[in-house]
Design a protein around this ligand. Structure first.
Ligand code: SF4
Length: 549
């Protein structure tokens, strides 16, 4: 048994009855939607046409929202419905980052994630979903796709259908008959301020506080991205199962089949930046905590750093302090911070948020044991060696797990980059060395050129990593648009001045000319930590500016 939906665009009249029936059935608050009707207009007055596309959860067979959820709040039912349990949800918003279709929202009343659940409570008593029941045109068809006697199975075998973003590999179970590529491919139309109810594009209700007014209007921003229309058209044509010849000139919002203008005229509110400064800050503090152990450990392995009580105390102190700040930021970012412990008590092991949560907890425990042994004067011996080896392995996981978490967030194309692991590992090494140099200025730790050198090497590797990241061919139009937002768009100034200049080039020069001056080296360390924060902020924010619907 496998439930699915067909949206028959030949019949939809854009009446929004499905939207309101769903709102009523599930008491969905103002400003958020489980289903909505996106509207796109084609042509020039008076020769125009308005196209409607019902948007909602696709009840994917390979649902990334289920995989990333750390507490099994999202789950598959045996009948294929992807349902959720609001009593489990911790409000981490990772499902919203993972869903390529923007199907989830945070309920402003419960502060937990919600979405279309196929009206599972109605299905269980033999009824159809509320939207199917209310549709005056029978444009929404539900049912068991594996039963050949159902209408949905027969339509699927008879009609040509398409789905949204098939390239994501999620295997959506919502099919469109006569699906229009300009409605189904988000980047094919601008999100502007100039359409019906469009004041909602800056957020209402819960999202008003999260949705920033951009320095540029969305229309200017999209213009500034100046993405390559050729790539876009290829995507559109591929999604339509067609091919086309284009000359490479930007053809934004022109239907190449008909030559008509196309514009988005009605949509759901923009959800804004879901992961903001807290996530960028916690990635940085986590890097300091892991690096505080890893850098001296690498130094000891290479024979460049001597094991000492003072160094052990420093490692334990800095590692623990920044781990606690990391935990605090993680909890602060939750919409249900009161439930943070669910990650440990109700773990869903496929989620990298769960794996990361456990790695952080274990790392904290190992640092505490290390502190205890140092207190009792144990510095060497087999026990200490084993403990240090195990702690180093855990510190590596703490340093890089976020790269895997971002990769699970399939909604953000830019985060799918394999370079992210290298970047997180490098940031950790840079952060650990920086923390040492900063402490060095207080006189608590001895000057050691190893930390100076490893920070310099870290900066060079970091710059090379960014060069690869921003010059390699990102496979999707959204990935390319993010790169352009960083290099030639909204984030350009911050990228060149804060991330590259302040965070890498200036400290690299300071290290080179420091000549053993511990104050200059400490200042370089402070700038590097700021640079890591600014880089992560850009890397985390920029992809969230790309519309998913
Ligand atoms: Fe629904 Fe999105 Fe999850 Fe797919 S990934 S099941 S569309 S919420």
């Amino acid at each position: 048994m496998k439930y699915g939906f067909i949206i028959d665009n030949r019949k939809c009249i854009g009446c929004h009855a499905c939207t309101t029936a769903c709102k009523s059935e599930h008491e969905v608050p103002v400003g958020v939607f489980r289903t909505h009707v996106k509207q796109v207009e084609k042509g020039t007055f008076p020769d125009t046409r308005r196209l409607f596309s019902v948007m909602r959860c696709n009840h994917c067979t390979d649902a990334p929202c289920v995989e990333i959820c750390p507490v099994e709040a999202l789950y598959f039912r045996p009948d294929g419905i992807v349902d959720f349990d609001k009593d489990r949800c911790i409000g981490c918003k990772s499902c919203m980052q993972a869903c390529p279709y923007d199907a989830l929202y945070i309920d402003p009343d419960t502060h937990t994630a919600a979405k279309c659940n196929y009206c599972a409570h109605r299905i269980d008593v033999g009824l159809e979903p509320a939207c199917v029941n209310v549709c005056p045109e029978h444009a929404i068809i539900s049912g068991d796709m594996e039963n050949p006697d159902t209408e949905i199975a027969q339509l699927l075998s008879r009609e040509q259908t398409n789905v949204r973003k098939p390239e994501k590999g999620t295997i959506p179970n919502l099919f469109y008959i006569d699906g229009d590529a300009f409605s189904l491919v988000p980047s094919s139309t601008d999100r502007s301020d100039n359409y019906f109810w469009s004041e909602q594009s800056h957020g209402v209700g819960h999202f008003a506080k999260n949705t920033e007014k951009l320095a540029l209007s969305d229309a200017q921003y999209t213009e500034k991205l100046a993405y390559n229309g050729d790539d876009l058209m290829k995507t559109l044509m591929q999604n339509n199962g067609q091919t086309t010849e284009t000359d490479g000139t930007p053809q934004k919002s022109i239907d190449v089949l008909t030559g008509q203008n196309v514009k988005r005229v009605y949509d759901a509110p923009d959800k804004g930046i879901l992961w903001g400064w807290e996530v960028a800050a916690y990635v940085m503090t986590k890097a300091v905590s892991a690096g505080a152990f890893l850098v001296p450990f690498i130094g000891m392995m290479m024979g460049k750093v001597e094991n000492s009580t003072q160094l052990n105390w420093w490692t334990v102190g800095v590692g623990m302090l920044f781990l606690m700040i990391t935990g605090g930021l993680l909890v602060k970012d939750l919409d249900r911070p009161d439930r943070f412990i669910y990650v440990l008590l109700r773990p869903q092991w496929k989620s990298w948020l769960t794996k990361g949560g456990f790695a952080i907890t274990i790392y904290g425990g190992l640092l505490a044991i290390l502190g205890g042994l140092t207190w009792f004067g144990v510095q060497n011996g087999i026990l200490m060696m084993l403990l240090q080896g195990f702690t180093a392995a855990t510190a590596v996981i703490v340093a890089v797990y976020t790269a895997f978490l971002f990769a699970q967030a399939k909604g953000r194309d830019f985060w799918q980059s394999p370079v992210a692991v290298l970047q997180m590992a490098t940031h950790s090494i840079m952060a650990g060395a920086s923390a040492y140099l900063i402490t060095g200025a207080t006189g608590f730790l001895q000057n050691n050129s190893f930390f100076n050198v490893i920070l310099g090497v870290g900066i060079v590797v970091n710059l090379l990593g960014m060069l690869v990241e921003l010059t390699m061919t990102h496979p999707t139009a959204d990935g390319k648009r993010t790169v352009q937002a960083i290099l030639k768009g909204q984030y350009t100034t911050d990228f060149w001045t804060k991330a590259i200049g302040l965070g890498n080039i200036i400290p690299l020069a300071m290290l080179y000319f420091a000549n053993g001056d511990s104050f200059v080296m400490a200042l370089a360390g402070v700038l590097v930590l700021l640079g890591i924060y600014f880089t992560e902020r850009i890397w985390i924010e920029a992809p969230q500016r790309i519309a998913l619907v």
